[in-house]
Design a protein. Structure first.
Lengths: 480, 480
């Protein structure tokens, strides 16, 4: 702290773009997770040149630097566990180029996902990863977390839409990786590991992105199941059947109850609901997909199917899923929804078993957990509902999180689907990736020999998330 | 050489799986490129355990090891510039698992692409990268080169179908990277840089791959253009229009002449031909795509369009493109087709200009060059037709190659689309990636501290390809 030269930082970005009062530091010291730690300063660069100057200064003084977008991370990715400078990238929010004839765009890292898609819409194209937080999530943050969302089942994650990045290294050097073309076979395609690196390898100052045609026709469906296992079997069969849904979502009974409590939607109080969508340019093709999906669901016991091509109807059907995360917070008095064990992937055939396992682990530990997610891409989300004012709740949560990821690992899943690792998933991540942690440290060293970029994360994170930072005893109300 | 202990290698893989007679060493010392260098021995492991033992031995003695599939590389990727052991992976050719409910398969690296697709066909799914050499190309080689092919415009490259790899490091340690699920956000996704690493980071001993639904309907089209620029404009507009062609191929006039000479197909002697395909599950959707593509081509001056849904007709229309590479070898007496400047990418809007530029550079250097390729993914291929018995031809080729990649770099393209870097493209690669070579060396060091895995390639390759190895003064007749 004391070694930080605030006036040097003010020289680089200007007086008003450096914050060091406790109120600001407190806010910038957390995100949508349960974690909180105080940075030494918040610096808001306006361009790549300023980022380079900041990095040169920080590297010479070995001061930690944590790049940050909107702070919508669910597991503490941008929480400064070792203090240092929070690099708020939101001022770098220009869309630099939309190139239609070569089918790519170039953006600064602080561009908000929804703003990019608003800018692309007139050209009938879109940038597909679209996490549920797209109203606030920045492109830089989406790349750093390899974010994805409900449509990743058809359109892939952030990394799959990433053609190139311009990166400022810890040294202050700036390097461009990747290309503007669709394929590349020119050695190590480093941009592919920048995606998912959570700010540990460099500061993204520009991204070159693919965009794809905006479908003109969508059909949304919802089917109820009395048994989770019937929904699970449907998921495997849909994905193996040659269907390409543009959405395939599982909602469990805990979530259904929460949604009904919060929104009075009177969804049927069933064991599970599947929500699915097909999109395209030709009605017959969308019909073909949606009918196939509906038939598979109903063969496995799905009932009360609703289907609609109409935009307003689709919105109505989707309301519950859309409001699921905030609804969970209202599940029960003193039972805030806590972002822990917040995401994971498991093979399609394990979706139902995983949901049951999550409920069972919750029960054992005397907490409530919901399971839902983008099952079409193998992604499962949970939240822990507990009295966050009681330390025994946290002990129980700690145990539940460990048990859940032990199970996920045992069935060939992975610790994070799209929310990243941060702090609360780090112990599970380090168990899952134990064999490659040294290699990851070697890669990190090649980029950041002084270990100043988001230190104490991923392979270098604490194995004890409960004591790694202060814990926020509050309700997170970010959208899921 | 003298430090190699042949009997130690025979202990590991058995007498008959170690070759060190000059005839074998000569054959294994080259590939589909112009390069030739003698390895010290060829070793043919049967399983991952043997690969680990070989690596432990080689690492302790600091002996170079070059993993090799079928040797169909176009630019010398597996040519042992520093001698050492060629690790022939073709005996590890088992398809380990085809998991339909979880929608992935696991294979050994020596599995031939066509054999995998034969095994997947009964389930109506396929592994999409499919390079033109799929009849011989191994999955391990395709991953190591991030190979792709005519359908990469819709289905992506090898890396895009790669979910995970099991890698034996230089140390002999074996590590699994990736997962079986569709999305992952768990730290550095290292499998993504294994794709394209050309055997410099580890030996792939297993791969987990996505497969996708096999389309039930295909329509192929071919249109003629009197002006290359008209074909070029069509490409940009098709890719920006919301079409998703499953193939979009450019063939230039040099290639057309070569095809007509070799196959007597009487293709019209026009400036350029575009070949395009749409695929899907629903006729109306395929119709929609193919009609849109056809209309765009004809708006830009395309004429004599042929279209067919019929398999035999499609084969007839495609014959010329399919036989293009061998046909080029028969373009003129003493003008063998030489694999130099064999691939590159350029933005869609530069396809026509690039083709003109290639012809112009060829003329300046008194050689003949053809330009063609998978323009839907930005991929352009060339071959140099020259009298390979004359050293002045090679001097001219050296100059032409440098001029072509200088141009490609100037328009924002990249040195390799799908054939990799190897030896003959390394100088251009090192110019293109100059800023990141040190970082690449750092990554290489993390994987292979003694630099024994395919040394002298990529970031460490010679800047003088003409003198880096012996040159094969023969005609390459591998399929393109």
């Amino acid at each position: 702290m004391e070694k930080l030269n605030i006036s040097r930082l003010k020289e680089i970005v200007g007086e008003k773009n450096v914050k060091d009062d406790p109120a600001d530091l407190y806010i910038y010291g957390t995100d949508a997770s349960v974690h909180q730690a105080m940075p030494w300063a918040v610096v808001r660069p306006e361009n790549a040149g300023q980022v380079q100057e900041i990095m040169r200064y920080a590297n010479s003084e070995k001061i930690p630097v944590i790049p940050r977008g909107s702070g919508s991370g669910m597991c503490g990715q941008t929480v400064p566990v070792n203090g240092g400078i929070i690099l708020d990238m939101k001022r770098m929010n220009k869309i630099l180029e939309i190139n239609l004839e070569d089918v790519y765009c170039r953006v600064e890292p602080g561009v908000i996902d929804d703003d990019l898609n608003k800018a692309l819409k007139p050209y009938n194209v879109f940038f597909p990863p679209t996490p549920a937080s797209s109203i606030i999530a920045t492109i830089g943050g989406e790349i750093a977390n390899n974010a994805s969302g409900v449509r990743s089942v058809k359109y892939g994650a952030a990394r799959d839409s990433l053609l190139g990045v311009k990166l400022v290294l810890a040294s202050g050097d700036m390097i461009s990786f990747g290309t503007t073309t669709r394929v590349e076979a020119s050695g190590y395609q480093i941009e592919r590991i920048i995606a998912g690196s959570e700010g540990t390898l460099g500061v993204i100052v520009e991204a070159t992105l693919k965009f794809v045609p905006l479908p003109t026709i969508r059909c949304l469906g919802m089917t109820n199941f009395n048994k989770l296992e019937e929904a699970g079997d449907s998921i495997s069969e849909i994905m193996a059947s040659g269907c390409t849904p543009s959405m395939l979502e599982l909602v469990d009974n805990v979530a259904i109850k929460a949604i009904n409590n919060a929104l009075k939607l009177n969804l049927p109080d069933v064991d599970a609901i599947l929500i699915f969508e097909a999109d395209g340019m030709v009605k017959e093709a969308v019909d073909f997909e949606i009918t196939k999906i509906k038939d598979i669901c109903e063969t496995h016991g799905g009932f009360g199917t609703e289907l609609s091509f109409d935009e307003k109807e689709r919105e109505r059907i989707y309301t519950g899923r859309k409001k699921l995360f905030p609804s969970l917070s209202k599940y029960k008095e003193l039972m805030p929804s806590t972002s822990l064990a917040d995401d994971m992937t498991v093979p399609y055939s394990k979706m139902a078993e995983t949901t049951r396992k999550i409920h069972e682990i919750a029960k054992q530990n005397n907490i409530i957990m919901s399971a839902y997610g983008h099952c079409g891409s193998g992604c499962m989300h949970t939240k822990i509902l507990m009295d966050t004012t009681k330390s025994e709740s946290w002990k129980a949560a700690e145990k539940a999180v460990a048990q859940i990821y032990e199970y996920v690992n045992s069935v060939g899943g992975t610790t994070s689907a799209e929310h990243g690792i941060g702090i609360s998933k780090a112990p599970a991540f380090k168990i899952e990736k134990a064999a490659s942690l040294e290699l990851m440290r070697g890669i990190k060293k090649a980029f950041d020999p002084n270990n100043i970029l988001n230190p104490g994360k991923l392979q270098d994170a604490s194995d004890d998330w409960l004591n790694a930072t202060k814990l926020r005893y509050t309700v997170s109300d970010k959208c899921e």
